[in-house]
Design a protein around this ligand. Structure first.
Ligand SMILES: CC(=O)N[C@@H](CC(=O)O)C(=O)N[C@@H](CCC(=O)O)C(=O)O
Length: 916
């Protein structure tokens, strides 16, 4: 049960053992009363509101703390289809195919892990054995960087709230307490006669009591105990054991069950399925024990396909269709995979256009230019392009087609890039099958991030908005995604029109023979894309937290989106399942009295698939709070599609990541540590471009962010093949890498939220800055332009880097002196030193925020970080010093020179503020 926020100090029961956590904690207690989404109404619910009073998890049964609660009787507005279907008859966490051998293997696994945990299991048969043993052994220890010391505080004899010893007053009969007889009590109570020595004794005792009380008052007034008391409860938990406990408690069966639930039915942002899952998420957050669980509604621009609104046809001379594309996938999983959603592009333009068909390879700027060089007229034509290539953004393919004069754009998944040419296809392999379609947004996330009509401010209902035609992020020509099964027919029809394609343009679609470009005499293709467009569609983020005990206002945020184009097993529910499993475990710890030093927040974003909306609106709405108090953001999205770990993020995380990877073993690789696997492949922390919900945190409010995923060779992205069964059988059989990711993220959360000194890698930050400045200098040197001033130089940045190296070195000294004091005082931290440590942490976290430029990147001013941003012309990729590079690319050298100075000053100031 989550404690009330004003009651944070509990008698500290020890943390449960692995057995208890798995068998007796939330896992057992809660699976029977888990949220069952409206899908349990099955087909009867089809076409009806899922949010009627029949909904079992209506607000009336679970009071919401939501700031914008949407009552159970209220439907989410806007798009209703696709409806939801059920396959969750077995309940959320049931394991439908558990065999005896699975159970045995699990038991062995648990035994092994118990040994590794080094739990003192003496008294194993006693009722309170795990708890009392832990309680005795857990001292007041804190996690210093190398785990070298324990802090020592006087042990306070806490009552054990959840265990009884059998020998205390509870077990005694009234009147028999403490072994005092009635007689002795009577003589104690008898009033002494005047002048007796006893009177002096009483007066003396009263004076002594007053003296002691006065002394205690002074102690409390001096703040010494306040500081200690604040952390007392927390410090009954040995951080090392808490870390081991979290690591060992991640349960692949639980993760599997969670994924099964979230992938059971369609839930595109803003639809009924999405709303139902928002309610389930809210309920799960509550039941797992999170505090301040909130649903947060934004009103944003979304589009949805209409029944009969889409067509891709080859037209005959009479204008009538001679062939129509199927558009939708074959039903890959039937009822089990839920109803599939229509194939369309998020944020695509409505329209009904016809023109000659041209094939343009990957649809890059260069590809369209090449067509023109080949003498092919692109004006008013329909572009057929393939997914992939570089840049790979689907939005840029459409935008460049628009700029090249095309009337519409079709994007298909080619088997040479993502299909049978590469390997086995879904449902048996990772690649896209013949009928698989990659849905996805075509809004330009490197231009505008979040709701395309409210760039820069939170899209609350009453806020002003742009008109769709005013948004720089929206394309002006219609587009649709296609399976190669449909593209094949189109490609066959342009044979011998135009010219044979340039080298490298032929894809892997079978039975095409020679590939041709098409030309203005190609068969006419119609692209119809009439849709519902909603400017104020509600979407729902869900938040919950564990309030920190030392600095509750400082927060570590873990986020993952919930909306999905199809079942979403990989994107996003590999991340959802891991995040919820962590919430379950942290919820249990919280219920047992544990709290971190800083607040941990868990967030389920909506609308990520439409330009990262939910997270961006939240950040824009809470801009100041996050700049002041946001310490770190960890993102989980397409978290597991294979076994190779990738991490992208701020250099702040480098040391911590490597340290944690050392402590996690990969069972598939004979227990090799993730660190060894990382080193073997020369793993490096990659840069953050755009592509998921970290963007607003890193680039708008300067919160150091990290995105983590175990990748495979491919996954059937955004298609109806991204099912639970695919994940279960192909993506991550046994949910091994989900489990490892849970261990990794669990550890990172603990280190970030509960280490006395925030484990940020300032030294790596300054080294990385030096490297990126050198790269910028080399790049500038390569730029050829008549407008480039002869003496153009990035020297101001190099000078700023020099300053910052000194500032960071100076700043880091404090940590060493703090460690020295703690050692010399035997682990005791006086209140004043604790306050200084908190200030030190705040300065460290503020460093990234100080790297923001309020003016933003010219022409895309939402992005404010001077060091990082998405590449303008390749948004998935990172850009270092984006404002300077954008300006140079625009051939505006004078402005670039000013920006070099400006960015250098911002970096210098950030360094100075560390130590001033
Ligand atoms: C690079 C990529 O594929 N990103 C994934 C999610 C991830 O795990 O990073 C993705 O699908 N992102 C969305 C972003 C939403 C948008 O385009 O507006 C995508 O469609 O690329």
């Amino acid at each position: 049960m989550a404690p009330a926020s004003d009651q944070r100090y509990y008698p500290a029961p020890p943390i449960p053992s692995y057995d208890e956590a798995v068998a007796g904690g939330s896992w057992q207690q809660r699976q029977h009363d888990y949220p069952h989404s409206p899908v349990e109404y099955g087909r009867a619910a089809e076409g009806q509101s899922l949010l009627t009073s029949r909904h079992p998890f209506s607000s009336s049964s679970s009071p919401s703390t939501s700031n914008q609660h949407v009552g159970s009787g209220r439907r989410p507005g806007g798009y209703r289809a696709p409806t939801v279907e059920t396959d969750d008859e077995g309940g959320l966490l049931s394991s439908d195919s558990e065999t005896d051998s699975d159970t045995d293997a699990e038991a062995d696994h648990v035994r092994r892990e118990m040994q590794e945990m080094d739990i003192d299991d003496s008294g194993v048969h006693g009722e309170a054995r795990g708890r009392s043993t832990w309680g005795k052994r857990i001292g007041f220890s804190l996690s210093l960087p190398q785990w070298r010391w324990r802090w020592r505080l006087p042990r306070i004899p806490f009552g054990r709230g959840r265990t009884t010893t059998g020998s205390g007053a509870e077990g005694a009969e009234p009147g028999q307490a403490s072994g005092n007889s009635d007689n002795s009590r009577a003589s104690w109570l008898a009033f002494p006669s005047l002048g007796s020595a006893a009177l002096f004794l009483i007066v003396g005792r009263v004076l002594a009591i007053l003296l002691v009380m006065g002394f205690l008052y002074l102690l409390f007034a001096s703040d010494l105990f306040t500081n200690m008391a604040r952390r007392m409860n927390n410090n009954m938990f040995d951080p090392i054991k808490v870390r081991n406990h979290v690591k060992m408690s991640i349960d692949p069966r639980s993760i599997r069950g969670l994924m099964q639930h979230y992938t059971g039915y369609a839930h595109i942002a803003g639809t009924e399925g999405d709303f139902a899952l928002a309610e389930d998420t809210e309920l799960m957050f509550r039941r797992f024990g999170l505090e301040d669980v909130t649903r947060d509604t934004y009103y944003v621009y979304l589009n949805y396909p209409k029944e009969g609104g889409r067509a891709v046809e080859i037209l005959g001379g009479d204008g009538k269709p001679t062939w129509s594309a199927k558009l939708e996938e074959d039903d890959p999983g039937g009822e089990k995979a839920g109803h599939q959603t229509m194939a369309f592009h998020g944020h695509s333009k409505s329209g009904d256009v016809s023109g000659p068909l041209l094939y343009a390879n990957y649809g890059t700027k260069d590809d369209y230019r090449r067509l023109k060089e080949l003498g092919i007229d692109t004006q008013g034509a329909i572009a057929l392009v393939r997914y992939g290539g570089q840049p790979s953004d689907r939005a840029l393919k459409v935008k460049e087609a628009e700029k090249a004069g095309f009337a519409g754009c079709l994007i298909y998944s080619d088997p040479a890039d993502d299909g049978f040419v590469k390997g086995d296809t879904a449902p048996n392999g990772p690649y896209m099958p013949a009928d698989g379609v990659q849905r996805g947004a075509v809004s330009l996330m490197s231009y505008v991030v979040g709701d395309v009509l409210t760039p820069g401010w939170g899209s609350r209902q009453d806020q002003p908005r742009l008109k769709p035609e005013e948004s720089p992020a929206l394309p002006k020509i219609p587009s649709l995604p296609l399976a190669w099964r449909d593209a094949q027919i189109l490609l066959q029809h342009i044979k011998e029109y135009g010219v044979k394609v340039p080298e490298g343009w032929a894809g892997g679609v079978p039975d095409i023979g020679q590939w041709w470009t098409g030309n203005s005499t190609s068969p006419t293709v119609r692209l119809k894309n009439e849709q519902d467009e909603v400017t104020k569609q509600p979407i729902w983020n869900v938040y919950g937290k564990i309030i920190g005990v030392e600095q509750p206002e400082k927060r570590i945020i873990i986020g993952n989106h919930r909306d999905s184009w199809g079942p979403g097993a990989a994107d996003p529910h590999s991340g959802t399942a891991v995040m919820l499993e962590l919430i379950r475990i942290f919820g249990d710890l919280l219920a047992d009295g544990w709290r971190p030093l800083r607040t941990i927040e868990f967030m389920s974003w909506d609308g990520e698939e439409y330009n990262l909306i939910g997270s961006t609106e939240y950040v824009e709405q809470n801009d100041e709070l996050l700049r002041n108090d946001g310490f770190a953001y960890i993102n989980l999205d397409t978290a597991v599609t294979g076994s190779v770990l990738h991490a992208a993020g701020s250099p702040m995380f480098n040391r911590l990541l490597l340290e944690v990877l050392n402590d996690i073993q990969d069972p598939v690789f004979n227990g090799t540590s993730l660190r060894s696997r990382w080193d073997d492949r020369h793993g490096e922390l990659e840069g953050l471009g755009a592509g998921s919900d970290y963007v607003a945190f890193q680039d708008i409010v300067g919160m150091s962010s990290l995105d983590l995923h175990f990748d495979g060779p491919a996954y059937p992205a955004h298609s109806s093949y991204e099912t639970f069964d695919w994940m279960d059988q192909v993506g991550d059989p046994g949910f091994v890498y989900h489990t490892l990711l849970g261990q990794l993220v669990g550890r990172l959360i603990l280190e970030l939220a509960d280490r006395p000194i925030l484990p940020f890698d300032m030294a790596h930050y300054s080294n990385s800055l030096g490297k990126w400045i050198s790269e910028l200098e080399a790049w500038v040197g390569e730029q050829k332009s008549d407008k480039k001033p002869a003496g153009f130089s990035v020297q101001p940045l190099k000078d700023a880097h020099h300053d910052i190296v000194t500032s960071i070195r100076e700043f880091n000294k404090w940590e060493l002196s703090w460690e020295g004091s703690i050692i010399s005082s035997g682990g005791f931290e006086p209140a004043g030193l604790g306050r200084k440590r908190c200030e030190y942490n705040a300065r460290m976290a503020r460093f990234e925020t100080d790297l923001l430029d309020e003016a933003g990147i010219p022409n895309r001013t939402q992005f404010k970080h001077v060091v990082f941003g998405p590449q303008l012309e390749s948004s998935y990729d990172e850009e270092y010093f984006p404002s300077i590079r954008d300006t140079i690319r625009a051939d505006e050298w004078e402005a670039a020179g000013i920006l070099v100075e400006r960015v250098a000053n911002i970096i210098k100031n950030a360094g100075r503020r560390l130590i001033e």
